[in-house]
Design a protein around this ligand. Sequence first.
Ligand SMILES: [Ca+2]
Length: 387
Amino acid sequence: MSDGAGTPDGGTSLDAPGESASGSAATPVRLLLDVDTGIDDAFALVYLLSRPEVAIEAITCTAGNVGARQVALNNLALLELCGRTGVEVAIGAEVPLQIPLVTTEETHGPQGIGHAVLPEPAQAISARHAVDVWVDQVRAHPGEITGLITGPLTNFALALRREPDLPRLLKGLVIMGGCFYYQGNTTPTAEWNVSVDPHAAKEVFQAYQGLPEEQLPVVCALETTERIEMRPGHVARLAELAGAQPELVLPDQPEGLRSTSDHPLIACLSDAVRFYMEFHRLYDQGYVAHMHDAFAAAVAVGRTPIATRTGTVDVETTSPLLIGTTVVDYRGIWGKPANARIVTENSPEDCFDELLTSIGALARRLGAQALRAAANPGRMDDCAEVT
Ligand SMILES: [Ca+2]
């Protein structure tokens, strides 16, 4: 990574993150998120909340894994679980641009976060529309904000219609979506986020055509995100790093078993990932969970090594057989300028080191705070914001 802010330089070998693992000297990163939380979105969000250098400008919600309103409630509840208040969470498009919404409770659970059940959040959903959030926030801070989109591209496509200069006004953009010469996870050729709203994805890639390479979106597609396989050992390691009691999510345990951890964040993540592992096993992928969005989050903050390749992406929107299929032209055969940087190499081991170390440290801080609060129930400042 060249600058630690989601703008990899397109090299052919893995670029190492620019900062030390401690994060103490990391460059500040301002992020605007659009998500469809979502088990792996939940991991992405908790990871970003664990990074001291990350400022989350706002979180906008797209319908996808579950409906947009449930996505917003999930985000608010996760923020509160992580001790964070004051982050705006807004709803945007509740349906795709042109086709009916299909949600995926069978993939992500009834609330979208697997077996985890989070309490009703105290903070309310913002009155602003997601499109207003994106346009106003990015216009107000040109060149400073990196976008991270881990759901369907509906809200961002609508924001681009309103402000076609968004690609130039953003510092960078990281998208989780698509698959290139690699089988889909929704149809044989299409990835989920693009499948939900292929017309939006097509508009977004068209909007980036011909821009300078450093402004092109970094696309984390299935061929690299499916390498980020969370396994039972990762859950155990996370609990250990958090200083929580041992956490076992094992393939021979009954399906739907809930965590008994006394650490609320560890219990939530464990219940979420158990559901995802059961789902992946059901589809013959093993007792693993693909952490697509958490990888994209680590890319957006420049803390996991990647290599990228520049090309021209287009999306099939009409063929009943291939709708939602993403195609990249790396060789200029279409004669159209490039519009994306596709991640072509990543390091699962490095990525999990980063995710687990950072989330584990946050969980450890939260656990210590809870103990202090229990010992001094009158001192509300013990429950103050954790950064
Ligand atoms: Ca997602």
